[in-house]
Ligand binder design. Sequence first.
Ligand SMILES: Cc1cc2nc3c(=O)[nH]c(=O)nc-3n(C[C@H](O)[C@H](O)[C@H](O)COP(=O)(O)O)c2cc1C
Length: 194
Amino acid sequence: MTVDQAAQEQAFTHARTFNKFTDRPVSDETLHQIYDLMRWGPTSMNTQPARYVFLRTHESRLRLLPALSPGNKDKTMAAPVTVIVALDTRFYDQLPTQFPAYDAKPMFEGNASLAESTAFRNGTLQGAYLIIAARMLGLDCGPMSGFDTDKVNAEFFPDGQWRANFLVNLGYGDPAGNRSRGPRLPFDTVAQLL
Ligand SMILES: Cc1cc2nc3c(=O)[nH]c(=O)nc-3n(C[C@H](O)[C@H](O)[C@H](O)COP(=O)(O)O)c2cc1C
């Protein structure tokens, strides 16, 4: 079944990256709804390495502020919610319950480089699922990689098990803050049909 045009527009073609949000609050229930939708996105061996810290208060955002690049500070402080999309470096501890097909934990526990690439690849995918799920529930996102990862890790993840990947401002967008939209590369530039 192809979803209708309106759904495609809301998730992709009409969806924008937002720098400004209205005052409409985002409830904890809505954050749960976003997770309940996005968590069904696939990850390799069902590893689900992403972790999420929802900064819903001014005080929690103040802890993030020193790590943000200058252009990201004001809009992040003004957003209703900022999500730290992080990775759990010990994601494989969950595999015995999450991937019952066979015992995959030793494969990652004994191979730091495989664990790291798996966490980054799949955790980044999950961040993208979060953006699309939020849009499907009528919210808007402003993803950001302009921040000092070491500072965020030191402030929020001092024991080193979780690591920041990227940030997403979340709320109900105000188009007044939008930049003009860039185009997208055409199929022939980015794809090969073999
Ligand atoms: C992973 C990621 C990191 C980004 N980092 C920043 C950032 O640090 N600051 C910023 O202003 N925009 C940032 N952006 C926003 C992009 O520039 C924007 O999503 C892109 O130009 C597409 O805009 P559109 O969705 O309105 O078409 C980031 C986007 C993504 C997906």
